[in-house]
Write a protein that binds this ligand. Sequence first.
Ligand code: FMN
Ligand code: SF4
Length: 476
Amino acid sequence: MAYPRVASFKTQEAFVSYLKNLGIQLPCDKEIVLGEQSPLAASLTVDDVTIGNRFCILPMEGWDGTRDGKPTDLTRRRWRNFGLSGAKLMWGGEAVAVRNDGRANPNQLMINEANLPEIESLRRELTETHEAEFGSVKDLLVGLQLTHSGRYARPNQKSVSEPRTVQRNPALDARLGIDDETAILTDDELQRLVDDFIQAAILAQKAGFQFVDVKHCHGYLGHELLSGVDRPGRFGGSFENRTRFLRDIVAGVRSAAPGLMIGVRVSIFDFLPFHTGPDQIGIADPRGDRRLAFGSDDSGCGIDLDEPSQFLDLLKQLGIKLVCTTAGSPYYNPHIQRPAYFPPSDGYQPPEDPLVGVARQLQVTAELKRKHADLIFVGSGYSYLQDWLPHVAQALVRSKGVDSVGLGRMVLSYPELPADLFSGRMLSRKKVCRTFSDCTTAPRNGLISGCYPLDRFYKTSPQHDLLKQAKKSGSA
Ligand SMILES: Cc1cc2nc3c(=O)[nH]c(=O)nc-3n(C[C@H](O)[C@H](O)[C@H](O)COP(=O)(O)O)c2cc1C
Ligand code: SF4
């Protein structure tokens, strides 16, 4: 691996000088302000709701629900950790399927009447933990991420894909063994799915969530619809048709669940699917069609923000203020989505220094924030910054390049990072996520997700031995 490890930069100057050598424009403050004076401790308002600080916990599923979609003790532990983090915005907890055929794995949470008490108590455990630790939940905003996994549905068996797609996509169809049109959802099926999202939102409100995220990212159904340019009918072709799914859901939620806020997590740009090339390094799949990558340029590996920006205008028209930006998909181009030094066992070696991937996401978010200043932007992809995450986060919030800093993998290895900063403690380096990717490799091998290298709970669990065996046999 040609890239230096982030942990090898012992000073902020050394880190910044490396960024400069790479040609990366990323603000990085020299000193972190600890305690309540930190720019990251400043509150934020959305309509009349106050969010107590600038850290957000990103949604992260654990592949550890029951077969009928209820949380287990493992799920509850993760959500309690979210509450303990000190972050005041919870972007959805984890992807929760609106019905069985939309589950990404047979252990994904599912929201329905039967599961409502458990989903409600999961939220309560998070808020009660937060209140016990920090004294108040008045400035805590908790949402639920609603999803249909579309092309990546595996609702019944971990190893069996049951894709429901929007249109043909030669590169991605080949990976899932799709060779005809039977996986494509009809317009009537999509219209029924709109109703399922609305029902799910009504239930989420009953369970006490203050907002729902209508998920439009990572190659799942909502995201795939945004690039449904080849699809005929009401949900494909024109930009208007490709956003009908979102618009119909929003209209339904507004009338059936008044007072419930809506947010959208969106892959704000996408690239062609990648696969392993010579020397195990990722290269773009020649079968990829750049027209099917929402927000990509003509090359398929660059960014064109025209349509993503139009999408943000649409959110404003729909009265949606909360946006969480992410990129691409963990299935077909993970290096642009969750940059890592060590790829998951079914991945490819990074084709660029992972810092380039981090900077790409953060810069695009800052550019969009400048253009759409009245939206509240939550950014993603910070974990690879490791020891320098607070420095970059502080600089971006100060310079209005983002409103809230999303924490994904970092919260699995180091849940109390925000709380440590706010209470004046320096980072605990031994808890910093080093992007070993075991939290992704484990589920790719049918195991529960978690931070096996750094969280003692997973490190000492029997599943860790199974993970080691799976990695050794290269079975992913
Ligand atoms: C184990 C794992 C599970 C994830 N599950 C979800 C999910 O349920 N919904 C979602 O929108 N993103 C999910 N993500 C993506 C993260 O929210 C985040 O975008 C990504 O990890 C990049 O942020 P980071 O660099 O802070 O990790 C998941 C990521 C990981 C590692
Ligand atoms: S397993 Fe732990 S250290 Fe590795 S990427 Fe996931 S959270 Fe980070």
